[in-house]
Design a protein around this ligand. Sequence first.
Ligand code: ATR
Length: 278
Amino acid sequence: MTDRYAVIGNPIDHSKSPLIHGLFAQATGQDLHYTALLGETTPGGFARAANAFRAAGGRGLNVTVPFKTDAFAYATELSPDAQLAGAVNALKFEGDRVLGQNFDGIGLVRDVERNLGLAIAGQRVLVLGAGGATRGALLPLARAGASLIVVANRTAEKAKILAQTFVPHAGGTTVEGCGLGALEDRVFDIVFNATSASLSAELPVISPSVFAPGALAYDLVYGKGLTPFLRLARQAGCAQVVDGVGMLAEQAAEAFEWWRGVRPDTRDVIARLTVPLT
Ligand code: ATR
């Protein structure tokens, strides 16, 4: 029987996951069926949909907004990344076991290191925002060996609390949290915009002086063209400004490999989904 997988979210129409996993399956010769599920946002709605999907032979789910914390609660076993992020973006069903993973941060790191060919090790990293996207990114960035990670948020207290949570897990990486206004006089080699500001074409208020000469500016959103953040970075002279298309493809590839034991090549998917930054 063909194995079934799906992405669940609400809304879900915009999701590129069925296209991405369809291309991965074709390229690797894997026999699987991948669909999109519209989840109910009523209490217990996620668990009901996941139970029904498993009962119908579902082997795994990708999980998107607003169900990542429901999936976290639904999992019976969590990876360290999911545990620390407090969110799950991929589930694997093995009998009664429900394995939960969070591949968002791993996908981000792989995109920077492999696709963009830039080292994170030894770099000074600034992460803007202190929501779910940042929570998912911190542990993989620390594991990749960033020398410093500063989490800066509009609401400073949230960034400080989040940074403190991560300090015991950061290894040799220094982790700090602060408000956006506290970045004057500080300079970074890589700046990630993990706020939701770009979704509404807003700009997190930061000084252009945060970008070191030759810095990478990376907006985690995908498909929004040149966001106000990327425009600021370009004007500030950043060597590379990129959006989250590579992260999207890489987190999908991680899930595919986790489910199927085969690593798909992401180049074709990235080429198809790339939106010009203009
Ligand atoms: P997600 O899970 O997508 O990260 P979230 O948990 O709602 O979403 O977090 C959104 C993040 O974007 C927050 O850090 C938020 O800042 P606050 O904590 O101060 O609300 C940040 N954010 C959203 N719009 C922003 C804007 N216009 N400027 C700066 N930061 C913004």
